[in-house]
Design a binder for this molecule. Structure first.
Ligand SMILES: [Cu+2]
Length: 159
């Protein structure tokens, strides 16, 4: 009798825990399915320069989807002007050119990093200094917009 009772009680407890765990897991997954973006931004930071000099934003974009997605526009509530630029070598000097779009490959990533691409940020709308966080809205060809916090870092920062 005692063994049977303990066994039934254990079975009941286990079923209860299982149902609880199941509910706990399904809810966030269902939520994630509708809200998790295909594109995610990682290591977003801004190299700040003093005065009215433009700042440069850097970020790594990862695409978890089956199709390539293009970064097609950048905007910011903290800067009057935000543009995607590429640094290119022209003979012995380097210059910046505007870029219409940057493709994030399917199941891959692309880095906007020093020496390659940068997000050119001009006309700060309020005083910004290292230690602050600014927000950039990254607009993609699939209609998605990522409102991304960027950590503002001093000029000597490399990554
Ligand atoms: Cu630039």
């Amino acid at each position: 009798m005692t063994i049977s009772f303990t066994s039934r009680r254990f079975a009941h407890t286990a079923a209860g825990l299982c149902a609880f765990a199941f509910a706990g897991i399904t809810t966030p997954l269902a939520h994630a399915a509708t809200t998790t973006p295909v594109i995610t931004a990682q290591n977003a930071w801004v190299r700040w320069l003093p005065g009215t000099l433009p700042a440069a934003g850097y970020v790594t974009l990862a695409n978890r989807g089956d199709k390539p997605v293009d970064l097609v526009d950048v905007s910011s509530s903290d800067y009057g002007s935000a543009m995607l630029h590429q640094t290119v070598s022209a003979g012995s000097t380097q210059k910046m050119v505007m870029v219409d779009k940057l493709t994030v490959p399917a199941h891959g990533s692309v880095s906007i990093a020093p020496g390659g691409y940068h997000l050119m940020l001009e006309d700060a709308k309020h005083p910004i200094a290292p230690g602050n966080t600014v927000h950039l809205q990254l607009h993609f060809s699939d209609g998605e917009t990522l409102d991304t916090p960027f950590a503002v870092k001093p000029p000597a920062q490399q990554n």
